[in-house]
Design a protein around this ligand. Sequence first.
Ligand code: AMP
Ligand code: MG
Length: 487
Amino acid sequence: MSIAPVSTVDLDDRFARELGEMALPWQAEPAPDPRLLVLNEPLAAELGLDPDWLRGPDGLRFLVGNLVPDGATPVAQAYAGHQCGGLVPRLGDGRALLLGEVASPDGQRRDLHLKGSGRTPFARGGDGLAAVGPMLREYVISEAMQALGVPTTRSLAVVATGRPVRRETVLPGAVLARVASSHLRVGSFQYAALTGDLDLLRRLADHAISRHHPAAADAPHRYLALFEAVVAAQASLVARWMLVGFVHGVMNTDNMTISGETIDYGPCAFLDAYDQATVFSSIDAGGRYAYGNQPLVAEWNLARLAETLLPLFADDEDRAVALAMEALERFREQYVAASLAGMRAKLGLPAGVEDAEATALADELLALLQANHVDYTSFFRGLGSAARGDAEPVRGLVLDLAAIDGWLQRWRALGPDAQAMDRVNPVYIPRNHLVEEALTAAVGGDLNPVRRLLEAVTAPFDERPGLERYAGPAPEDFGSYVTFCGT
Ligand code: AMP
Ligand code: MG
């Protein structure tokens, strides 16, 4: 047997070196019987990792944190966070570890991170573990988001640990290996600010600039430029969520990245029927994180980020606040612009159509979808057929035929481009009933449904024969869908 090329997995511990106050060196709990459930071979190749090695015994130990490459320093990261509006000063990775940064052959540096790797000193009352179902859920949904063109953390592998996890019942445990351009969160800045150590805050901001928003380094006000860049990235991200009908479900400040990637797929889910008030999470009875509230919550979270950065914006507090407000005001215009650009693409509108007309058309359509409880994804995909002359697929989804016919007539007169629409309106999304079906099978030992679902949602725009059941809404008897945090 050849010696495993462990030392070839080169993991940089830059976060721990530059921000030691926020990095607690820690080890994963031993997994008694690691078994690979799913491996993302294209992503492994992108990272320069050998899929065959990852599948082998040393690779599996690496993927659960039990084999640490030479020179790597796994750490639990400290962060704070507003959870459902209330500030928790010390959260941090309670069940996760940053293994280090991987430099891809293309020169990109990305975090390799484990979730479900055992208790850390940030675990509070938690057991530090994760169950197979929720980790596969994160894998499927994050990879679907990637394929839909939404910035996101990626999933490299899910490995069953052989360790049982106690939830309402006893479930099989798993570790998710995830990849992100970093794990810096709004909550990371809140943590640094709460220490009162201005030097730490400045180092964190400089670290974020160099990793994510390097253009800010040359700006006259580099920290303000960093904030502006995060505002822009989040405005664009949340617009994309809204355009694909994604509900994050737990937009706490610790679950919002500085990079502008979607992170922490807990109680998230996609809309079936279009409804601004949609909430899936069992703990979100008040609808704080409802589908239609997401832009407002993102803006609120960015205000919390601005507060942490005030001492870096200007010595004079009033001046710092004025600068922050001015930068934050851009969120709304950037969000509206990104969402209009996305809607124009979904409707296939030619460039000559005025923004005012496109906005009116989109608003009227969304009101119609809401009033008629229309399946969001099927409707927009069906609109491609309508652009080609067959309106029946969309007419069949709407009760108020007079209203939809009137709308279709106005829209078709603008000359929508059906081919362009098919490249932005997905056929396949990880629909709730399909995700549940696949995860239930996986927990029972059958991974085929997860594989088939992944096949559908990782090429979401290409309609393929044999995948018909992945394209439609849930059957009537599926009922209302509830998701859970802290899984
Ligand atoms: P999340 O809702 O996944 O964003 O997690 C919020 C916080 O709770 C983070 O600090 C997590 O590390 C922590 N956490 C969630 N689940 C567990 C668990 N089972 N054990 C320990 N900490 C957890
Ligand atoms: Mg989180």
